[in-house]
Design a protein around this ligand. Structure first.
Ligand SMILES: Cc1cc2nc3c(=O)[nH]c(=O)nc-3n(C[C@H](O)[C@H](O)[C@H](O)COP(=O)(O)O)c2cc1C
Length: 327
């Protein structure tokens, strides 16, 4: 079966499955195998820490696959972000993903350079703004997902279903997706692609410790630490406190403070990019999403993607079991 959507056409991938960005460890070791297996891998610029490291990693990925992959630059989290963006442009990475805060300046520069721009947001309001600013597609992360939390964020089901009705550009669903059923459900809601974070962490190629991957296999979404991390929005009073500080300090100072609230950290949390940064730190900061319920073993990236596609195709076939309909 052909899995063509406007998203596969935009990205040039075989399947509408995109690997999420990971500060700390989202490097070619994971991105290249994802693209090679028919998905769309993403190198997270901040995981390389500086523009020289990013350039080297893009070239490393190119030596590992001839399939297209992208680069993520996360506003407020990525050090030397303008230089990182320029490296991705110079290296002609076909699609640049931005995330976190407003990214229209980056988007404009990416488009002027003749590349595609996809922005990731947590609410429909921000998705509509990205569309107005010229994004070629938007990723919308529902509450079930991990990463930035927005005080107005809603669950994936209602967010994507509404977004698909309201946006003209293709919508890519994220948050709590990690198996064939959640993949098909996203397409049924109107998404034209899925964006998977936590699911890809539990793969053999993901460059983090086996101990953490085993912990993901054992975790359940109803455990308070996992459930509350995902479902409880940031504290409004902390959000207000930082929001009011806008304009009283430079954007470089303010943004990381706002990001730490959106990531539900202490507002004074700060990453020291010059210190010896441990990839595991990203996991401590962000944590897994409710997808842990689907993760029952650590498999290769290829097996992970192939299983989603094979099971989805089975469910869509006449003999398959899409839902639990009784003939
Ligand atoms: C450890 C970790 C680090 C992450 N770092 C980033 C990041 O630097 N930039 C970004 O845009 N998203 C980041 N994310 C969010 C993912 O890219 C993705 O949006 C999210 O995991 C999707 O939800 P899911 O985990 O339910 O699939 C991170 C997620 C995790 C688990």
């Amino acid at each position: 079966m052909k899995w063509r959507t406007r998203v596969t056409e935009l990205l040039g991938s075989r399947y509408p499955i995109i690997q999420g960005a990971f500060g700390g460890f989202g490097v070619s070791a994971l991105a290249a195998p994802v693209s090679e297996a028919g998905g769309f891998g993403i190198i997270t610029a901040s995981a390389l820490r500086n523009p020289e490291g990013l350039r080297e990693d893009i070239r490393r990925a190119r030596s590992m696959t001839d399939q297209p992959f992208g680069v993520n630059i996360s506003v407020g989290l990525c050090p030397r972000i303008d230089e990182m963006r320029e490296v991705a442009i110079e290296e002609r990475v076909p699609v640049i993903f931005t995330a976190a805060y407003r990214a229209d300046d980056h988007g404009q520069r990416i488009k002027e350079a003749g590349l595609k721009w996809v922005h990731k947001v947590a609410t429909i309001k921000h998705a509509l703004a990205a569309e107005r600013h010229g994004a070629d597609a938007v990723v919308i992360v529902g509450l079930e997902g991990t990463g930035f939390k927005n005080i107005s964020q809603l669950p994936t089901l209602v967010t994507i279903t509404n977004a698909a009705r309201m946006l003209k550009v293709p919508v890519i669903a994220a948050g709590g997706i990690g198996d064939a059923r959640s993949f098909l459900a996203s397409l049924a809601m109107g998404a034209e692609g899925v964006y998977i974070g936590t699911g890809f962490i539990a793969t053999k190629e993901c460059p983090i410790s086996d101990r953490y991957k085993e912990a993901l296999v054992k975790s359940q979404p109803w455990e308070p630490a996992v459930r509350d991390r995902a479902l409880a929005p940031p504290r409004p009073e902390e959000y207000e406190r930082i929001a009011q500080g806008k304009g009283t300090m430079s954007m470089d100072e303010w943004l990381p403070r706002m990001e730490s609230v959106l990531l539900k950290q202490s507002p004074d949390f700060k990453i020291d990019w010059d210190a010896d940064y441990d990839p595991g730190e990203a996991l401590r900061i962000t944590g897994p999403s409710l997808t842990v319920g689907f993760i029952d073993r650590v498999v290769s990236v290829k097996e992970f993607i192939d299983t989603i596609i094979r099971e989805a195709e089975q469910m869509l076939s006449r003999e398959g079991h899409l839902g639990k309909l009784v003939a």
